[in-house]
Design a protein around this ligand. Structure first.
Ligand code: 5AD
Ligand code: SF4
Length: 558
């Protein structure tokens, strides 16, 4: 059979980006070829997100376009993956009968089987007999997975490990950066949020699986790993409770929030069974896989974040001093209606602890404006919060009512869109000032930068080579300490003249351990692409609202 080509587009959050990365690894291992052009694809897959209406609308409009092409006779297989398939599956297929398959986030490991089924149905007489209902392939029927048994059967690690087949996954930073999921689902039920409904209850992967995956990525050259979970600090694995007959530990449902109210240091569970807390997990990954130069994690929940985690962050040099810890609002009244479970005072107390215990910590967040009933006074309280916390950035969202949530049934979406927009813009302006001050603190200091790419400004200088990290010979880069994996410390060396090295310096961009975007120029005579995917030291000379910029420093002698 001719190799089928797949176009896969991702909407929404980092969870989805990871899912897409894993789906691609899995399908490539089975012989599917991926294309960046939907016009040449046999299979078009949209990995959708329900968190915000905007992302849903975008996905629906893409589905509409492909549906039209199918009605015009194109033999495309159209699949909708992710949260919209889970939340809205049946309804969506009724409205868009051109969709061939749907697959919720918890069932993605079965996607190859679904694709196979669609292909088989097409080539058999059964094709005519497939009814609309039959095409709703695998969704979790919108129900939360709640029992330990279901969780034990959860196969998320099968999907996570699927990238074992493909060493090229994780294309950011020249393949040096990757995501690893540690927890799926959420137990929080913030009133505005669809995640607990679409991704189900918290399920935690066993530490051994997570460490094995980090090791595997390190072996493939990955330098930076971002651990993923909706509330990563809730990670907790109780050993000996979810094992297969042959003694292998499998994913398990989280212990519930009570576990966090009792204590913050957690080698022993109340029952005496051994547990691995989030702090333990960070320490274990850090110590077991030293080739990972940067370990970070998102998203943190501002409650249940113990000093044990902060202490590990401060103590372990390769754990990034970075937190994405959404406040959502600066008004206690709004936080209550959102069911966030903390007050502004508690949020600020947590930030203070983090700043005190972790030197140079970078803090990012999310804010929702225009939640039902938000008065000018409530909004002003959010403005004040932004001024009090040194947020490096905040993602600011206008509230949009999401189907299936508590907020949509209990509260009227009563803030006019114009007001939401105005509040959004106002917060962006306030945040710009805060971000500028946060960046300014780095002036005159040196930072280590994981180089990601040639900056957009200078793409033209390197022509078509820009999208790829160059691996051919052409001079060993002026590499700083802790550099590439294959050559952990490389000093500058004599090199052959290389016609591909641009005559002028080229501007590169990357990120600091605290996730601050940093620009610097490649030195004369060095191929800028050789620096992509390495960690370099930069002396910061200028700072702005969005970034730092400075001079590349030579490696330290010795
Ligand atoms: N409306 C607006 N923003 C939302 N978010 C989640 N649900 C909604 C919603 N219904 C935002 C929150 C969350 C981020 C991922 O998306 O700020 O932290
Ligand atoms: Fe949604 Fe709240 Fe869970 Fe975050 S913590 S995923 S906002 S329910």
């Amino acid at each position: 059979m001719q190799q089928q080509s797949v176009y896969l587009e991702t909407f929404g959050c980092q969870m989805n980006e990871l899912d897409s990365e894993l789906v691609q690894g899995q399908l490539e291992a089975l012989g599917y070829r991926f294309t960046k052009d939907d016009l040449e694809a046999d299979i078009v897959l949209y990995n959708t997100c329900s968190v915000r209406e905007q992302a849903e609308n975008k996905a629906l409009s893409r589905v509409g376009i492909i549906s039209q092409r199918k009605r015009d006779g194109a033999p495309i297989i159209l699949g909708v993956l992710g949260c919209m398939a889970e939340r809205d599956g049946k309804d969506m297929i009724r409205r868009h009968p051109q969709i061939d398959l749907m697959c919720g986030p918890s069932q993605l490991d079965r996607l190859p089987m679904l694709l196979d089924n669609v292909a088989k149905a097409r080539t058999s007489d059964l094709a005519q007999a497939v009814s609309v209902g039959d095409r709703v392939a695998l969704t979790g029927a919108g129900s939360r997975r709640s029992t330990a048994l279901e969780a034990a059967e959860d196969s998320l690690e099968i999907l996570d490990l699927s990238r074992a087949f493909n060493p090229d996954r994780g294309a950011k930073s020249g393949g040096r950066s990757a995501y690893v999921r540690i927890t799926r689902g959420c137990n929080k039920f913030c009133t505005y949020c669809v995640v607990p409904h679409t991704r189900g209850a918290e399920v935690h992967r066993p530490p051994s699986e997570i460490i094995a995956e980090c090791q595997q990525l390190a072996d493939q050259g990955v330098l930076e790993i971002t651990l993923l979970g909706q509330t990563v600090n809730h990670y907790r694995y109780t050993h000996g409770t979810a094992v297969t007959l042959d003694g292998r530990e499998v994913a398990q449902v989280g212990p519930g929030l009570k576990a966090f109210r009792q204590e913050h240091t957690s080698a022993q569970h109340a029952t005496g069974s051994r547990t691995t807390s989030f702090a333990d997990l960070l320490e274990q990954i850090h110590d077991a896989v030293p080739a990972i130069q940067r370990l970070r994690f998102v998203t943190s929940y501002p409650k249940d974040f113990g000093d044990d985690i902060l202490a590990i962050m401060a103590d372990k040099p390769r754990i990034c001093p970075y937190l994405h810890v959404p406040a959502q609002s600066g008004s206690d009244r709004m936080l209550k209606l959102m069911n966030r479970g903390y007050t502004v005072e508690e949020y600020l107390a947590f930030i203070k602890r983090a700043i005190t215990l972790v030197p140079d910590i970078s803090i990012a967040g999310d804010i929702i404006v225009g939640f039902p009933g938000e008065t000018d006074e409530d909004f002003q309280a959010t403005v004040e919060l932004l001024k009090q916390v040194p947020f490096k950035n905040n993602f600011i969202f206008k509230y949009s009512p999401r189907p299936g949530t508590v907020a949509i049934t209990r509260f009227e979406d009563d803030i006019p869109d114009a007001v939401k927009r105005e509040r959004n813009n106002h917060l962006l302006a306030v945040q710009a000032e805060v971000s500028e001050a946060v960046h300014a603190r780095w002036s005159g200091r040196t930072v280590d930068v994981l180089v990601e790419q040639v900056s957009k400004r200078d793409q033209a200088k390197i022509g078509s080579r820009g999208s790829m990290k160059k691996t051919l010979p052409g001079g060993v880069p002026l590499t700083a300490r802790g550099a590439t994996l294959d050559s952990p410390v490389v000093e500058s060396s004599v090199r052959e003249p290389n016609p591909e090295i641009p005559a002028q310096p080229v501007q590169l961009s990357g990120r600091t351990a605290g996730d601050l975007i940093t620009f610097f120029d490649s030195p004369k005579g060095v191929d800028p692409l050789e620096l992509v995917g390495t960690i370099q030291t930069v002396l910061v000379e200028e700072t702005g609202v969005l970034s730092l910029s400075g001079q590349l420093q030579p490696p330290l002698p010795g």
